[in-house]
Ligand binder design. Sequence first.
Ligand SMILES: Cc1ncc(COP(=O)(O)O)c(C=O)c1O
Length: 273
Amino acid sequence: VSSGEKATSLRYNLMELAAEKNDVISLGRGDPDLDTPAEIIEGTWRRMKTTPSSIPVRGLLELRRSVANHYQITKGLDFDPEQEIIITNGGQEGLFLTMLALVDPGDSVATPDPRYSSYDQAIGAAGGSIVEIPTGKDLRFELDADDLRQGIQDAKILVLVNPSNPTGALVRADGVRRIAEAARDLDVVVVSDEIYEEVVYDNERLLSTVACEGMRERTVTLSGFSKAYAMTGFRVGYLIGDPAFIDAVERLKAATSGPCPLLSQNAALTALE
Ligand SMILES: Cc1ncc(COP(=O)(O)O)c(C=O)c1O
């Protein structure tokens, strides 16, 4: 069973079995087992003493500015905080709303296999189908260029989780550039889930897909605070994409959860500070 509802119920059954055993490693959600740093908790309380006059669905402008500033400082990338960024309730909501916004019934979405299986539910809910691109031990769980091209040939979207959950593999800069080139050639949108960006070792650094030539208009970047700042319980993530995409996500978000809670946005602001 590789995908869909059956895979989900199998996964839940396995999780119940695993809960009864010691030393079982979960390859599902990647929740850090560290406490949220005390400075973030303290800074959050300080910020909560004043309430902003408005809490827009796409998130506090101050937080969106702070996310934009972070990309400018760390990667030299400029994003418009008013139009190109939306704060989500964790990466989880971000990925679900992204699929609802981008996928039409009958669309194909390519994803490396194995993958983070929440994408299956999101793609399924939007009426899309999945094309699996194999990765494996022999490839060090990296994507082979030919397999990739073949996989995305008829796809509208490629979901790239980099670094990957569950494999932990990083697609290095040259690999990201190859993926970008293929996406441009074959007119594919890349949803680049970079939520594990800070969990990269051996002096490597992630090259964001959006930083590759010609990718700005065809990339959605998904990230958040759960992993990098051990803030899973706060439920804060964000999406960066073109203004029309962000508008579409905002409409869906307004109709489902509304803005991310103020407490959590204050925690995210403190983390970036
Ligand atoms: C690849 C990937 N994307 C998104 C998420 C969702 O993260 P969050 O905890 O911010 O909802 C996870 C969570 O484990 C994940 O592994």
